[in-house]
Design a protein around this ligand. Structure first.
Ligand code: ZN
Length: 657
C-alpha cells in the first residue's frame, strides 16, 4: 500500500481544512481505497461566528463530491454541539437526520453532509478518515472474516458488526467505541463495509489508514490470496453486434426505457466470467452496501450459455449530480450481465453510469476472487441487502429525480463527424443525452471529445470492411444503434460534363452514394432492434431539387441518395424505422469554405462576404448548428410519425420554392 504523503506538497497547505483537502485527495487517488464517491473524511475546527461566539465545527465530505477532486467547498460545515446532542437521541429517522444535518450548517450553500456525519462527530479525534478499502472488505467478506480481522488487528482496532449506514450505525459505533477503546486504538473496522482511521493531525490519520490497510494486504499475500490467476482469455473476432443489440433490446424492454450496454472484454473480465464457479461466485451479493443491491439469475434470449445478472440499485447522484428518472431507477432490469463471450456488460441510462458500474464491478471481481482464495466469499445476508433497497434516504434521493434527457439511453452514429455539419450533429445529439459514435477519415475524430458518451473512430466510409469494423466497435461500446446520421460526403471543384473525368465521377458516386448504401444495409439489422425505433437522417443538398451547373457528379450522387432514402422509407416503415432528409444550402462555417474561397465567390457575384452568405430569400445566414439541431429534432418525438420527408434548410431558395 503506497503512502502518497509528500512533505513539500503538504507544506503548501497551511490551515486544518486545507490539509484535510490534501489528504482526502491522497486517499481518493488510490482506487483500491476509494471508488466513485465511496469513503468520506472530516476535520473538527474551532471557529468564531458573526456574533463573536466560539463554535466547534465539523467539516465533513459533502454529497456530490469525490475525494480525488474535492475542494474546501466540498466539505459541509456542521455545528458539533448539535451533532453531539443528536447522537444522544434514542431514535432518529433518516429523513429527520438529513433535515437536522442540513439545517445545522454554518453555510447555507454548502453541499448536503454525508450520511455518516454523526459517526464522524462522535469519534473524539480531530481528523477522521473513512474508506471502503478493497483489502479490508475482502477479509471481512470471507469465511471466518471476523476471526481473521481480530488476528490481523488485535487490540488496535474497534470492530463493529454490520449495520446499514445511517443513525443506527453511528450509535452502534459510539457504543462499541466507548466500551472497547484503549490507548492502542488506531481505528475501527466495520464488518462488510470498510475502515475508519483517526488522529490529531491530517498526516497521522492518513498514515494510519495506509498502515492499517497495508496490514490487510499483507495478510492476503501471506495467505496466498493476493495473486489472481493470470487471465488467458482474449476477446473473440467474430461479429457480436447482432447478439449484443438483441440483449440490449431485451434489457430495455424489461426496463421500459432505452438503456445503454457496454461490454468489457478485457482478459480479466473474460477470465472472471469464464470461471467454472461463476454461477456461485456471481450470485453472492455485493462487496459493500453501496455497491450492488440485488442479485438474480436470468437466462436471457435462450442462449446455450446462461447469463448471470446482478441488478444494481445504487443511485448514482452521489457521483453524477442529479437523480435519474424514477422509472428507470425502479425498473427490474439488470444493471450488469456476466457472459463468457461478452465479458462484463454494464447497463445504464447514461454512459457515465455504465462506466461507474464497470469500475465498481472490476474491483468487486478482485474482492470476490481473493476472498474465494481465502476460503470463500461471504456477502451480506439478503435481508440487509433488501433493507438498502428500500432505504429511506435512497427513496428521498429518488423523489428529487430530474427529467431525463431527450435521448437518454440511446445511441447515435454520425459520419463525417470531425468537422462542419457532422461535428455540429455530434454536439446536438450529446446535448440531448445520446451516446454518440463519430466516424471520420480524419484521425482527429479519436480525440475530438474526452467524455464517456462519445466514441470517435477513424473510418473511411468507402471501405466496407472498415465500416463493418466500426459498427462492431460501436455496439460493443454502447450496446446498439438507434439513430444514424448520414453526413459524410465530398464536393469536388466545379467541372462541366463535357470535361468530367470518369475517375472523378466514380469517386464522388462511391463516397456520396455507395458508402451510404453499405452503411444503411449494415445498420438496418441494428436499427430494427432499437428499443424506441430506429431513425435515419440524410444530410442531402439543395442540389437535389435545384442542381447547379458544374456539379454533375455531386448533384447526381445526392439525388440518387435521396431516392435510396425514399426506397428505404418504403421498405423499413413496417420495422418502425423512419428516414427523413434535410436539404441544406450555403452552409459556410465548414472546412470546405476558407476565407479565400468565400472572398472569390463573393467577388464573382459582386457582393460582400456578408451579402454573399445571406444570398437567400430570407436573407439569413445558415450555420452548421442550424442543420444539426434540425437533424437531431427529426430523431425526436416531433417527427415520430413522419418518414420520407424532405426539408430545406436554406433560408428560402426561389428555384426550390
Ligand atoms: Zn462507508
Amino acid at each position: 500500500m503506497q503512502n502518497r504523503w509528500n512533505d513539500q506538497d503538504a507544506a503548501r497547505h497551511t490551515t486544518d481544512l486545507a490539509l484535510r483537502v490534501y489528504t482526502s485527495r491522497l486517499l481518493g487517488q488510490d482506487t483500491t481505497l476509494v471508488l466513485h464517491g465511496g469513503g468520506n473524511t472530516s476535520v473538527k475546527v474551532a471557529e468564531t461566528n458573526l456574533v463573536g461566539e466560539e463554535e466547534e465545527i465539523l467539516y465533513v465530505k459533502g454529497s456530490g463530491w469525490d475525494l480525488e477532486t474535492i475542494e474546501e467547498a466540498g466539505f459541509a460545515p456542521v455545528r458539533m454541539a448539535h451533532l453531539l446532542k443528536l447522537a444522544q437521541l434514542k431514535r432518529l429517522t433518516d429523513p429527520q437526520m438529513v433535515n437536522e444535518l442540513k439545517t445545522n450548517m454554518t453555510q447555507a450553500a454548502a453541499p448536503a453532509p454525508s450520511v455518516e456525519t454523526i459517526l464522524h462527530a462522535s469519534l473524539p479525534y480531530k481528523y477522521v478518515d473513512h474508506t471502503h478499502a478493497d483489502a479490508v472488505v475482502t477479509i471481512t467478506n470471507s469465511q471466518n472474516g471476523l476471526a481473521r480481522i481480530q488476528e490481523i488487528y488485535g487490540e488496535d482496532m474497534v470492530i463493529i458488526p454490520y449495520v446499514m449506514p445511517g443513525f443506527d450505525l453511528a450509535q452502534l459505533c459510539a457504543k462499541h467505541f466507548a466500551a472497547d477503546v484503549t490507548e492502542k486504538t488506531m481505528g475501527m473496522i466495520l464488518m462488510n463495509h470498510g475502515i475508519f482511521s483517526f488522529g490529531e493531525t491530517a498526516k497521522a490519520s492518513y498514515d494510519r489508514m495506509i498502515e492499517l490497510v497495508g496490514r490487510a494486504e499483507d495478510y492476503l499475500k501471506t495467505h496466498d490470496a493476493w495473486r489472481l490467476p493470470t487471465p488467458k482469455a482474449t476477446a473473440t473476432d467474430k461479429p457480436l453486434r447482432g447478439e449484443i443489440s438483441q440483449l440490449r433490446q431485451a434489457i430495455s424492454a424489461t426496463a421500459g426505457v432505452p438503456m445503454l450496454l457496454s461490454c468489457d472484454m478485457s482478459p480479466t473480465c473474460l477470465a472472471f466470467a469464464q470461471r467454472d464457479d461463476i454461477a456461485t461466485l456471481s450470485q453472492q451479493g455485493p462487496a459493500t452496501p453501496d455497491h450492488v443491491i440485488r442479485t438474480k439469475r436470468l437466462p436471457l434470449l435462450g442462449r446455450n450459455v446462461e447469463r448471470y445478472t446482478i441488478a444494481y440499485r445504487r443511485y448514482f447522484e452521489e457521483h453524477a449530480g442529479q437523480a435519474e428518472d424514477k422509472k428507470a431507477m425502479l425498473d427490474p432490469a439488470p444493471r450488469m450481465v456476466l457472459d463468457p463471450e461478452l465479458g462484463l456488460c454494464s447497463i445504464g441510462r447514461r454512459a457515465k453510469d455504465t462506466t461507474i458500474i464497470n469500475d465498481i464491478y472490476r474491483h468487486t471481481q478482485e474482492i470476490i476472487q481473493r476472498a474465494t482464495l481465502l476460503g470463500g466469499y461471504q456477502a451480506l445476508p439478503a435481508s440487509d441487502i433488501f433493507d438498502v433497497e428500500y432505504w429511506d434516504l435512497e427513496q428521498a434521493k429518488l423523489r428529487k429525480g430530474s427529467k431525463p434527457a431527450q435521448f437518454s439511453g440511446e445511441v447515435a452514429l454520425v459520419t463525417g463527424a470531425a468537422s462542419g455539419i457532422g461535428k455540429a450533429c455530434v454536439e446536438a445529439l450529446l446535448e440531448r443525452g445520446a451516446a454518440v459514435v463519430g466516424l471520420d477519415i480524419d484521425r482527429d475524430i479519436e480525440q475530438l471529445y474526452q467524455r464517456p458518451d462519445f466514441l470517435g473512430l477513424t473510418c473511411d466510409v468507402a471501405d466496407e470492411t472498415a465500416v463493418i469494423q466500426a459498427l462492431e466497435s460501436a455496439v460493443r461500446r454502447f450496446g446498439g444503434l438507434d439513430m444514424l446520421i448520414l453526413n459524410a460526403g465530398i464536393f469536388p471543384a466545379g467541372c462541366r460534363i463535357g470535361e468530367l473525368p470518369t475517375a472523378q465521377w466514380r469517386k464522388v458516386i462511391n463516397i456520396n452514394l455507395d458508402s451510404n448504401l453499405i452503411l444503411m444495409r449494415e445498420c438496418y439489422p441494428l436499427l430494427k432492434l432499437a428499443p424506441a425505433s430506429g431513425r435515419v437522417v440524410i444530410i442531402g443538398s439543395k442540389n437535389v431539387p435545384a442542381p447547379g451547373p458544374g456539379a454533375a457528379a455531386y448533384s447526381a450522387s445526392k439525388a440518387a441518395l435521396n431516392q435510396l432514402a425514399r426506397v428505404a422509407a418504403l421498405e423499413w416503415g413496417s420495422d418502425g424505422i423512419r428516414i427523413n432528409s434535410l436539404h441544406p444550402d450555403a452552409v459556410f462555417d465548414t472546412a470546405l469554405w476558407t476565407d479565400e474561397v468565400l472572398q472569390s465567390r463573393a467577388t464573382h457575384y459582386n457582393l460582400t462576404i456578408k451579402e454573399y452568405k445571406r444570398k437567400n430569400i430570407m436573407q439569413v445566414e445558415i450555420c452548421s448548428h442550424d442543420v444539426a439541431h434540425l437533424a437531431a429534432e427529426m430523431c425526436g418525438s416531433l417527427f415520430a410519425k413522419t418518414t420520407a420527408a424532405q426539408i430545406p434548410v436554406d433560408g428560402g431558395n426561389d428555384r426550390v420554392i
